[in-house]
Design a protein around this ligand. Structure first.
Ligand code: ADP
Ligand code: GN1
Ligand code: MG
Length: 363
C-alpha cells in the first residue's frame, strides 16, 4: 500500500531541491491517478511529485528516460526558436546535483519547473482545445521519430499489451480476493464477449503490419498543458510512460478520455457516449501533428486503437476493483467500478457508431 505523506516529509523533500523550506507553500495539485503531485511555491512555482514505485518498480529508469527525452526535445525546441522552459518538462536538480531525491523511508521524489500560464483540462471545454491537444500529441510522436529508441527503458513492461492485460484481468476474476466478482457479472461478461479481439493490434505488430514507434502511452487530455492566452497546446507532460509503442494507441487513449461526452468517472451512464464531432476533430489534429508519417495500415486501424484502448482501460479499472483498488488512486467507494462502467459504455457506443468512425478516417 502507498503510505500517507506527512507535512514534514513534504517540506524535507522540497528542501532538497535547493529551496528555502521555511518560505515554501505546498499544496496537493492535479487529478492524476498514479503519482502524488504537489504545487510548491517559493516565489517561483514548481511541481513536486512522489513517484508511485508500486507502479514504476524501477523509478531510476523513469528518470533516465525523462532526462533523455527532455534533453532531445529541448534541442529541437531551441532549434525551432521555441521556449524550452515551457514547451517541455524541466527536471530540477537537488543540492547534490541529482534529478531526484530518495528520502529516509525510500520515497522517490522529483521536481519540475511549473509551466506557467497554461492549464490541463479533465474534460474538453472547447473543441479547439481538443484539436490542439491532438496536434500536439501527434507532433510529439513526430518529434521523437528519430529518437534512439533502443536507449529507452520499458518503465512498465507490456504496458499496452492488451492480451496480457486480459490475462491479468482473468486472473483477478479467478482469484476474486475481495469477493466482488459476483456483483460485477455483467461487466465480466462484457469483457468475455470481446475476448477474441484483444490481440487485434498486437498481432499486427508481431506480423510487421504496424510499426513500433516511440510513443507517449498515456495521452489523456490532462497530460497536455493548454496556453491560457492562445488556446494552443504548450507542452506534453507526464512522460513516465514514454516507451516504444503503437501510434494507434496514443490516438486511441486520447479518444477514450476526451471524446467521451461524460467524464471518466461519471456515475450517470446515460451521459456516456462517443462524440463523433470531437472524434473527427481529433482525427484531423492528430494526422496533421504526425506530419503525414503514419502508414496506411496505421490510419486504417485508428478506430480500432480507440476501441481497444477503451476496452483495455475498462478492464484495468475492473481488475483493480476486484483486487481491492491497489493501483489507481480512488476518492470514493466503487470509484474504479464507476470508471470501468463508463469505459464499457463508451466501447458499446463506439461499436454502434463504427461505420462513422471508419468513414471519418477514410476521409
Ligand atoms: P500522474 O502520473 O499522476 O497523472 P502527472 O505528471 O500527469 O501525474 O501530473 C498530475 C497533474 O499535475 C497534471 O495533470 C497537471 O495538471 C499537473 N502538472 C504536472 N506537471 C506539471 C508542470 N510541469 N507544470 C504544471 N502543471 C503540471
Ligand atoms: C493513469 O497517470 P495518469 O492518471 O495520467 C494510467 C493510464 C490510464 C489512466 C486512466 C502509469 O494515467 O494508463 O489510462 O490512468 N497511468 C499509468 O485515467 O498506469
Ligand atoms: Mg497524468
Amino acid at each position: 500500500m502507498r503510505t500517507a505523506i506527512t507535512e514534514q516529509e513534504l517540506k524535507t523533500a522540497a528542501q532538497q531541491f535547493a529551496m528555502d523550506a521555511d518560505a515554501v507553500q505546498i499544496e496537493r495539485f492535479g487529478s492524476g491517478h498514479i503519482n502524488d503531485t504537489f504545487l510548491v511555491t517559493d516565489g517561483r512555482r514548481y511541481i513536486l511529485q512522489r513517484l508511485n514505485t508500486e507502479v514504476f518498480r524501477d523509478p531510476m529508469l523513469v528518470i533516465e528516460n525523462i532526462e533523455g527525452v527532455t534533453r532531445f526535445l529541448r534541442a529541437k525546441i531551441e532549434a525551432a526558436g521555441g521556449d524550452p522552459d515551457r514547451e517541455t518538462l524541466n527536471l530540477i536538480h537537488t543540492r547534490e546535483e541529482k534529478p531526484y531525491y530518495i528520502d529516509a523511508e525510500g520515497n522517490f521524489w522529483r521536481m519540475y519547473l511549473f509551466i506557467e500560464g497554461a492549464t490541463s483540462y479533465d474534460a474538453v471545454k472547447k473543441p479547439e482545445d481538443f484539436y490542439h491537444s491532438a496536434e500536439a500529441f501527434g507532433h510529439f510522436q513526430y518529434q521523437l521519430s528519430d529518437y534512439p529508441a533502443h536507449t529507452l527503458h520499458e518503465t512498465i513492461p507490456a504496458f499496452h499489451d492488451t492480451p496480457k492485460r486480459y490475462r491479468d484481468f482473468q486472473k483477478a476474476v479467478q482469484e476474486d480476493v475481495c469477493h466482488r466478482a459476483a456483483s460485477v457479472e455483467k461487466e465480466i461478461r462484457f469483457v468475455e464477449e470481446r475476448a477474441a479481439e484483444m490481440g487485434l493490434a498486437m498481432d499486427m505488430l508481431r506480423e510487421g503490419r504496424l510499426p513500433l514507434r516511440v510513443t507517449h502511452n498515456d495521452t489523456k487530455l490532462n497530460n497536455i498543458m493548454i496556453d491560457d492566452k492562445t488556446g494552443r497546446a504548450v507542452c506534453v507532460i507526464d512522460l513516465d510512460t514514454v516507451m516504444p509503442g503503437l501510434s494507434i494507441f496514443d490516438f486511441g487513449d486520447s479518444i477514450r478520455f476526451g471524446a467521451n461526452t461524460a467524464v471518466e468517472d461519471e456515475q450517470d451512464l446515460s451521459k456516456v457516449s462517443l462524440s463523433l464531432p470531437l472524434y473527427e476533430t481529433y482525427v484531423d489534429g492528430f494526422l496533421t501533428g504526425c506530419g503525414g508519417a503514419l502508414t496506411d495500415e496505421e490510419r486504417r486501424m485508428l478506430p480500432q486503437g480507440a476501441r481497444l484502448m477503451t476496452l483495455e482501460c475498462g478492464m484495468r479499472f475492473l481488475a483493480d476493483y476486484l483486487q481491492g483498488d491497489t493501483y489507481f488512486q480512488i476518492h470514493r467507494e466503487n470509484h474504479n467500478l464507476d470508471r470501468c462502467r463508463t469505459q464499457f459504455g463508451l466501447v458499446a457506443d463506439m461499436e454502434r457508431k463504427w461505420d462513422a468512425m471508419e468513414n471519418a478516417v477514410a476521409r
